[in-house]
Write a protein that binds this ligand. Structure first.
Ligand code: GCB
Length: 606
């Protein structure tokens, strides 16, 4: 997997970006003949010449586009293709790239019948240079094979079994995680160009001292430098566009920009000016030519620090208030939807939250940019859910998912923690060394952010907590535990949080709590599944949190979930998981109004 390059595709004076989003042609493979397309080389020509294709939107999950359960529940491979033009003038002085925001779970991409890239693990971008594969001034063909199969060595894990049906047999994909295994080309596909000698990668780290900020940058370039001495000129611009700092690097292409009277990046409502971003403008030059390549990156200047009892941004203690979420909506499934992201951020701000966890996988790069702009702190989670059967192959893939995630997101000021797993089975002995390795690997890649995981084993049986910097725990008091009992919550939440802290002497946050709630179901006295029950269950948790906040090391509360979402079919799920404070259509349940009061109240207090 790629752990260099992959800069978010942006236009500039030297770069062009063209979208390949739109309607593609689509073929579902026969479940029992998944390799047929490869054997018969369907990528050599239009899919429509070998099979009847159907129209499929990109980006979107394919599962809910049809009206056929066979497509929704498909296990194995599907094919996409479309044609596109490459202008003739791109041939001169340009490199041409193809980039996918994410394809779930496995993908192989061919351009004009030649394989150009292969990628495994959904929710993460990948790209390939296709300068030598495309026809200039002509039409070209792109073909994508996507496989949704989850096995014991994939991230997340699953298993496939064969079951008899009324007409024969079928393959069933099972998994223990609680969200639908949507698949397809989930995020945008773009063609973009760079010059032959180009900026391949940029890393920034920031610091603050009194009123001064600094931005350390490091640039990687790729391509033939010739005999010229290469350097970068870097400008840091304010939001208003004024240059506030400049630097000219030596041939090592790195340096530090000093910013006087800095405007730090603050979380939402922690400061009147939250989410402040500078614009870092990088120009690649040599002794002969300036502006060989230009790339711009938004930068938030902030520091993070943590110890046994606190988590601080810019030296100030932060209390995180937010939720776990999903990328999920009607029809599109996990497909990128800018209307949805924009609406969600409006709702996040309406409710007064300052954080969320990207449960249970990396979210779109576009949503990370929104988080930067809005001062929303992100606990950035890799796609490891319910991890079990710890082995070397799984460990390698788990590390790869973290490496790719950190590579993609390391420059976002909004990312304040890495979550290396959700509800791993950490009771088992083998979880100990497994999570020691995963946590240390994460720290070795990024020592500037704390490592956490959302744990749900009993605190005194868990083997992973000791390897983390911050303990996050998920617990469903009044739901999976003592359903219907609203009178045991305060004590249980407090006891558990205290136990985690006592065992590890680290900051603790509650990463999940909640209750399934059917919007419009009212039952008094509060009864499970009703709006009254969800609201009362929340208010009990608030009491526990208020008591815990007095002790200092309790640093955050996260409701499960922001919105209702689709899951696998099960008798515990009514049309999906209904623990949202918003419905799947983003309308508030009663508890949303209560949460809004609390979250705004919390930020006034602080
Ligand atoms: C959990 C999981 C989450 C589920 C939730 C639930 O503990 O982390 O993925 O959706 O419980 O509602 O059961």
């Amino acid at each position: 997997p790629q752990t260099t390059g992959l800069l978010y595709p942006r236009e500039s004076e030297t770069r062009e970006v063209r979208s390949l989003d739109g309607i593609w042609n689509f073929v579902q493979s026969d479940q029992y003949n998944v390799t047929q397309g490869i054997r018969e080389r369907w990528y050599k020509d239009d899919l429509s010449k070998v099979r009847k294709t159907i129209p499929m939107p990109v980006p979107a999950s394919y599962n809910d586009i049809g009206e056929d359960a066979g497509l929704r529940d498909h296990v194995g491979t599907v094919w996409y293709d479309r044609r596109f033009f490459i202008p003739k003038y791109w041939l001169k002085e340009k490199r041409v790239w193809i980039r996918f925001g994410s394809v779930h779970y496995d993908a192989i991409v061919w351009v004009n019948g030649v394989q150009v890239v292969k990628h495994e693990i959904g929710h993460l971008p990948f790209e390939a240079e296709i300068s030598n594969n495309v026809l200039y001034g002509k039409e070209n063909l792109i073909t994508v094979l996507c496989d949704n199969a989850l096995l014991q060595t994939t991230i997340p894990q699953g298993s496939i079994s064969e079951k008899p049906t009324d007409n024969g047999v079928t393959l069933i994909q099972s998994y223990t995680f609680d969200f639908f295994n949507y698949a397809g080309i989930h995020r945008s596909v773009v063609l973009y160009t760079t010059p032959k000698l180009y900026i391949e990668d940029v890393t920034v780290k920031t610091d603050l001292a009194d009123k001064n900020g600094s931005v350390h940058y490091e640039v990687k370039v790729n391509g033939d430098k010739g005999n010229w001495l290469t350097y970068v000129k870097v400008n840091l611009r304010s939001k208003e566009g004024d240059i506030v700092a400049s630097h000219k690097s030596g041939p090592e292409l790195k340096g530090t920009l000093k910013v006087e009277n800095v405007k730090p990046w603050w979380p939402y409502l922690m400061h009147p000016e939250y989410g402040y971003l500078y614009n870092l403008e990088i120009s690649l030059c040599n002794d002969e030519q300036e502006d060989i390549d230009i790339y711009r990156l938004k930068v938030g200047i902030r520091t993070l620090a943590w110890d046994k009892s606190s988590f601080r941004i810019n030296g100030e203690k932060v209390y995180l208030r937010g939720f776990g979420r999903h990328e999920d909506s009607d029809i599109r499934g996990k497909g990128l939807d800018l209307a949805l992201i924009t609406k969600d951020f409006n709702l996040i701000k309406w409710i007064g939250a300052n954080a969320y966890r990207t449960s249970h996988y990396p979210y779109s790069e576009e949503s990370m940019q929104f988080a930067d702009e809005n001062g929303i702190m992100i606990i950035d989670e890799c796609p490891s859910v319910d991890t079990d059967n710890f082995g070397q192959a799984l460990l390698d893939k788990h590390k790869s998912s973290i490496e790719q995630l950190i590579h993609r997101d390391r420059n976002h000021p909004s990312v304040v923690m890495w979550s290396i797993a959700n509800e791993p089975r950490t009771k088992s002995l083998s979880a100990d060394s497994y999570f020691e390795k995963v946590a240390n690997f994460t720290r070795s890649l990024d020592p500037t952010r704390p490592v956490t995981a959302a744990l749900n084993a009993a605190a005194d049986e868990d083997k992973a907590g000791k390897h983390l910097d911050i303990i996050s725990f998920n617990r469903y008091n009044g739901w999976y535990r003592n359903p219907g009992r609203l009178d045991m919550i305060i004590r249980n939440v407090m006891d558990e949080a205290k136990l985690w802290n006592k065992l590890h002497n680290k900051p603790v946050l509650m990463s999940e709590y909640g209750a399934d709630t059917v919007a419009g179901l009212h039952l008094l006295p509060a009864f499970i599944w009703s709006e009254e029950y969800q609201a009362t269950l929340f208010s009990k948790h608030f009491k526990a949190f208020d008591n815990l906040r007095k002790v200092g090391w309790f640093i955050g509360e996260f409701v499960w979930n922001f919105a209702d979402f689709k899951t696998e079919q099960s008798y515990t799920r009514v049309g999906g998981n209904k623990k949202g404070i918003f419905t799947r259509n983003r309308q508030p349940k009663a508890a949303a109004h209560l949460l809004r009061k609390r979250y705004f109240g919390l930020c006034q207090e602080l």
